[in-house]
Design a protein around this ligand. Sequence first.
Ligand code: SF4
Length: 400
Amino acid sequence: MKVAILRTKNRNDSISIGALVIQDELTREGIAVAYCDYQTAHNFTHVLVSMTSTLDVFDIYANCRAANWQTRRFTAFVGGFGCQNPMALAPYFDFAFFGRVDGIISDYLRHPEKYSQHSFHFSNPHPVQLRQVTQCYPHTVIYGKNSVRWKEKIIGCPFRCKFCHYSHSRKYVGDGSFMNDQISASAEVMLKDIPAMDHKPGRITTALDGYSERLRFLYGKRITWDMVEEAMDFLASFKGNTFLKLYNITNFPTETDTDCEEFHQFWKQYTTSTIKADGRVVVDVYNTAFRPSLNTPMERCEATLFPEARCLPNKTYIAEQNGFAIKFTHNTKGAWSHLEDLISIRYTDPSVIEYIATNQQFSKLNNKEKLEQFNKMFDISPYIRSYTETEQLNYKVFTT
Ligand code: SF4
């Protein structure tokens, strides 16, 4: 076997952690693993491609086509967390693996048919189940330009929010908390765990995911305003500045202006009434629109793409007083990237994927004129609607 992992262009030629784990396991078993690009892939017998995000499908599609992967003599494998519905990649790949492949990778590469329960053969499509593991990968891998030593501490998430691929696609392994401070300058931590931190990093990333308690509890994210208050009190009690990146989901089904108002009122009241210690606490709210993943209870729910996610213009302060600054950072890609995302998850129609992959029009559609021009070329109206539970995809990959 001559095995290579593809450096994907849309990720700055980087190798995902998942791919590094696979490389590590193969190397430990005496199988050399090289890196390749779309052209040099033709020099190998087995080429492995990791999808980090579902959006990777557009870039992979365009590059595989340009590098003639449809005439390949190697066996092409795709997998990874973003590999949710890769049907459009059928001309360029032989197998797609769903779930965790660590523990079996070398045998899988030699005998992919043996693993048909989790491995999807593009020339003979059939529903598959996600493969799960019961323990974290036991070895350390070296990640990124800064050669960070990364060791897996958690898989999945115990909370099972009704829209979240992260918890529904990976069986949870961990101790009930989540803290990822290994590869990013900003420590990722669950909001409920902030008050229990033994130190306060300068930069923290967490998620609220819903303007109101009603929305959060409806969709499984059980965070009360009291919990937010407790987390903020903890951050404010330290000397020195804190930058909190707070992810929030907007455009949930049933969301109204009242939900949005509850969010604004909370921050105004909190920053008015709290007693702040030294330092400044800046909360940057990153709004993204609701995009339910496949294989979750909400996978067929209506996703409203327009109007764009409810948020104020760039860097608008919701509240700024008593040492706190709460502001929105506008998602400049807005609804267009959400539409790309929805198409990459729910639709596998190669002609749509190809259109986006080769024209890359969506991200450029930032004004009315361009939008009208675009609408003449490609009618998006069939995609902006409700999706019933029973509606057929052109292929449903998962079984549960
Ligand atoms: S949205 Fe966050 S808290 Fe909810 S299941 Fe997903 S990762 Fe867990």
